[in-house]
Design a binder for this molecule. Structure first.
Ligand code: FMN
Length: 413
């Protein structure tokens, strides 16, 4: 089978204009602030009131960029309604690299290569997992609305961008299952409650969601002190390596949306509001001036270590036999989305955390020492490969929605 990922990506959203890492821009500042640098910010003396308005400080989660979360049931019980659910799925960097073709009883899903995330995903691992997440939402919404899906992954070997075909047939509407969680699920980047463990039974139930018809997919948990420390230290080291890699750091910036206008215009990417800051710090992050590159990088890693890694109740790694196989990536994505929806129903917060695999893929791309590739191997059982990772726990505050492009933008006429 021709992997979708053989060629490096040629388009990365909103590319930088030259080949160098940009100076510290407000975008870089805010992206990093969102990941924990707020402590190093200093209050500027400018017209903060005006900038607060300009940057949408008082309007988090409102506006057309968030409409898809409100209108997703408008086409309930139809193939278009299934797509409306699909686009609410988790997806790497919120790049929304999907295109859907919809007919009476069929949905075809294509990868949108123009929305790749460059050096962060050189072999399109995350893109395929994200498309798997979208398929899962699609299937769940169909079942609830009386449309049963037969899913064929990578239906045409000659067309690697055609990642799935869903043949639909009318059936009795199924019990809602995880349907109600589709608009409730969000990525949780805030600090979790320290010392509150996720019950072993819940971890087992989440792992079981990868089995059954998705087979191949398993979850390895790191829930005790030693396991969390081991994975957490590696994640922090991988984050430092991402920061130190000019192209990966720049790509992170490319997908960071810094103000209200940008969020409403592009309707994708990561926002300050979804970064897990307190309301006050998020508001400050929108209006404060830039810091030096080095202090921001250091603060990002420190913040991540303290707020995200340090408060995780457990880390999960999704494994498959071959993480380079497109079909297994898609199945892994389906399982991941199901796990996230299930966790949402149980009040368990989840944040995807993928610096480790991003570094492993980068090592392969550049042919450099396999530091994180080797480290990942030690974390998973023999015969399995790490696909993606995440943390779970109990959030203090409910996570907020991130923007989505309109249905019409992803379903060409
Ligand atoms: C394959 C994959 C990788 C991701 N990696 C990360 C990550 O490393 N860090 C993070 O904070 N979020 C990560 N995410 C979460 C996305 O950024 C998130 O799903 C997206 O911004 C949309 O937001 P939502 O999940 O709240 O709808 C990942 C999601 C997927 C599906």
């Amino acid at each position: 089978m021709t992997p979708i990922a053989e060629r490096p990506p040629e388009n990365t959203g909103t590319p930088a204009t030259d080949g160098s890492r940009p100076p510290v821009t407000r975008r870089a500042l805010l992206r990093r602030a969102g990941l924990g640098a707020a402590a190093v910010l200093v209050v500027g003396t400018g017209a903060i009131g005006y900038r607060a308005y300009d940057n949408g400080v008082f309007s988090a989660g409102t506006g057309m960029a968030y409409d898809p979360w409100r209108s997703w049931q408008d086409h309930r019980g139809t193939p278009l309604g299934m797509v409306a659910a699909a686009i609410l799925a988790a997806n790497a960097h919120n790049a929304q690299a999907w295109i859907f073709r919809v007919s009476d009883l069929r949905i075809d899903l294509y990868a949108d290569r123009s929305r790749g995330t460059g050096a962060l995903d050189p072999f399109r691992r995350e893109m395929l997992v994200s498309l798997g997440c979208a398929i899962e939402n699609c299937v769940i919404a169909g079942e609830e609305g009386g449309l049963q899906s037969t899913v064929t992954l990578r239906p045409d070997d000659a067309r690697p961008l055609h990642v799935a075909r869903l043949d639909l047939r009318r059936a009795a509407a199924a019990t809602p299952g995880l349907y109600a969680q589709i608009p409730e699920r969000h990525s949780s980047r805030d600090a979790f409650e320290v010392g509150r463990a996720v019950p072993a039974g819940a971890l087992r139930s989440m792992a079981a969601l990868g089995e059954g018809d998705l087979d191949e997919v398993r979850v390895v948990w790191f829930a005790d002190d030693a396991g969390r420390r081991r994975v957490g230290d590696l994640m922090a080291a991988a984050t430092e390596a991402v920061v130190a890699d000019r192209d990966q750091a720049r790509e992170n910036d490319v997908w960071f949306r810094q103000d209200w206008d940008e969020v409403q215009r592009l309707r994708d990417g990561l926002t300050i509001d979804a970064s897990g800051l307190s309301d006050l710090v998020a508001a400050l992050a929108k209006v404060l001036p830039a810091q030096s590159d080095a202090s921001l990088d250091a603060a990002w890693v420190t913040g991540m270590r303290e707020r995200q890694i340090g408060t995780a109740a457990a880390f999960g790694i999704v494994t498959v036999p071959d993480a380079g196989d497109d079909i297994q990536r898609l199945r892994g994505g389906r399982a991941l989305q199901r796990i996230h929806l299930w966790a949402t129903r149980e009040g368990i917060a989840l944040q995807h955390m993928n610096q480790l695999t991003e570094r492993a893929d980068r090592e392969r791309e550049l042919g450099i020492a396999p530091r994180f590739t080797d480290a990942l191997r030690t974390l998973v059982p023999a015969g399995r490969e790490a696909l993606v990772a995440f943390r779970v726990g109990y959030a203090k505050d409910a996570p907020v929605a991130s923007p989505r492009r309109a249905l019409e933008s992803v379903v060409p006429a």
